[in-house]
Design a protein. Structure first.
Ligand code: 13P
Ligand code: SF4
Length: 437
């Protein structure tokens, strides 16, 4: 195979690198930008033939496009252009799209643009740009959303990393566990889930008779994609005595293969309380290491996945901010690396961070997680100060949802997230076990 655009660009304007430790695929994209367009793209890929074909396709799709436009290339777009990919190979197209996005973010960072700006461009498809322009201001959008929400008898559930304007329209804003609990309690006809795909899927697992909307269907979680169901089945065969504990950041198909589900707020408790000495813990290796440290009586077999947003936070990024606020305490999410966790004063889920800030006597906090978390923290604890880490990490997927997409979703009752009934029934058990603990 001699894929087009294979190679390297010396002194590239942006470089993006991703790897999937589960299957060993590694991709590096190099881009050159001329007058806002991708004028040259090269890639180096180590891995299977599909990973190479994906890299080749991504580079061809992006070449010549405007930077903001290229940011919108999704794993589904890539798979479609390749004539479809089997589900177990979808992670390859996800890696390709992600590597390109990283190269573009790198370029934008070097230009001094904020990541928010770039996300803003990527998040707005043509349809909602037209809608936003015609409606002009957000107040009108919010009014229409509230009207439509009432008409459709809908509840809006929002994750803590969502954009501030989305958090402001939420009936409930919280972490994965809080959102799953709210989804399990609702009696509304429609759930509008402002988060990422696995979260909406969890709501759908709990609510087979309700409509679950994800206003931007491409909002996925790369870490969840690092545990393809076929690989999980193979791992179960290799460890037949292990209890499978899945972080909620997994697909419904993987939940259906699991014994228990957990979130960052109850991973230690769930692992401690399950019967069995050996635990196959997936997909986050950082959370697995954190759990292993707190549950030494069990043998934890970690999956080799990670969240790129948290993996990118370094101790230096934390210390740089601490240097300017020497009295601050450090609150970290357990998806961070062991090194970052080792310097943290509090290790909590996103909503747990709010509780930690309320309980602590400190007035200032460095927050080692997705940078958007400072908004709910400042809202809930207005008398204290919160600072993101120096690298200002953003989850591009979380930022894909905009007010106009929420309105369109409510008007059209699309895009919906559904789970095939046979999968749903099997996935329900580990989710219910988690909620009942
Ligand atoms: P929380 O459950 O702590 O909100 O975390 C969800 C998530 O995706 C973190 O990256
Ligand atoms: Fe997934 Fe990380 Fe984004 Fe959370 S922050 S949704 S784990 S990619």
């Amino acid at each position: 195979m001699n894929p087009r655009n294979a190679g390297e660009i010396e002194n590239a304007d942006g470089v993006g690198e991703v790897g999937n430790p589960v299957c060993g695929d590694m991709m590096t994209f190099y881009i050159r930008v001329d007058q806002g367009r991708l004028s040259e793209i090269k890639f180096k890929t180590f891995g299977c033939g599909v990973a190479i074909a994906v890299s080749s396709m991504v580079s061809e799709m992006a070449l010549g496009r405007a930077v903001g436009e290229a940011l919108q290339i999704s794993k589904e777009d890539v798979a479609e252009r390749l004539g479809g990919l089997p589900s177990e190979k979808m992670h390859c197209s996800n890696l390709g799209a992600d590597a390109l996005r990283r190269a573009i973010h790198d370029y934008l960072d070097r230009q001094g643009n904020t990541k928010e700006d770039s996300v803003e461009h990527s998040a707005q498809g043509a349809q909602d740009r037209i809608l936003e322009r015609s409606l002009l201001d957000d107040d009108v959008l919010v009014k229409l959303i509230l009207e439509e929400k009432r008409k459709k008898n809908a509840v809006i559930l929002v994750h803590n990393y969502q954009r501030p304007d989305i958090q402001d329209i939420g009936d409930f804003v919280g972490d994965s566990l809080g959102l799953a609990l709210k989804a399990s309690e609702t009696d509304m006809d429609v759930i509008v889930f402002c988060g990422v795909h696995f979260m909406a899927e969890t709501a759908a697992i709990l609510n087979p008779d309700r409509i679950v909307l994800l206003p931007e269907i491409r909002a996925g979680c790369p870490m969840a994609d690092m545990a393809p169901v076929e690989a999980v089945r193979r791992a179960k065969e290799l460890h037949p005595n292990a209890v499978v504990v899945s972080y909620v950041n997994t697909t419904a198909a993987v939940k259906a293969e699991s014994d228990y589900c957990c979130t960052s707020s109850n991973a230690v408790r769930v692992t401690r309380e399950v019967e069995g000495e050996e635990i196959l813990f997936l997909p986050d290796r950082n959370l697995a290491a954190y759990v292993a440290k707190h549950v030494p009586e069990k043998r934890i077999i970690p999956w080799d996945g990670y969240c790129h947003v948290h993996q990118d936070i370094t101790v230096k990024d934390v210390m740089e901010v601490l240097a300017n606020h020497p009295g601050a305490e450090i609150i970290a999410h357990p998806e961070c690396t062991e090194e970052v966790l080792s310097v943290a004063d509090h290790i909590r889920s996103t909503s747990g961070m709010v509780a930690a800030a309320l309980e602590s006597s400190a007035d200032e906090f460095v927050v080692a997680t997705e940078a958007g978390m400072v908004y709910p923290l400042r809202r809930a604890v207005p008398n204290k100060s919160f600072y993101p880490t120096a690298n200002e990490p953003l989850c591009p997927n979380m930022k894909l949802i905009t007010l106009s997409k929420v309105l369109l979703a409510l008007e059209n009752l699309e895009p919906r997230v559904t789970v095939p009934e046979d999968v749903r029934v099997r996935a329900l058990l580990p989710v219910e076990r988690m909620l009942s603990l």
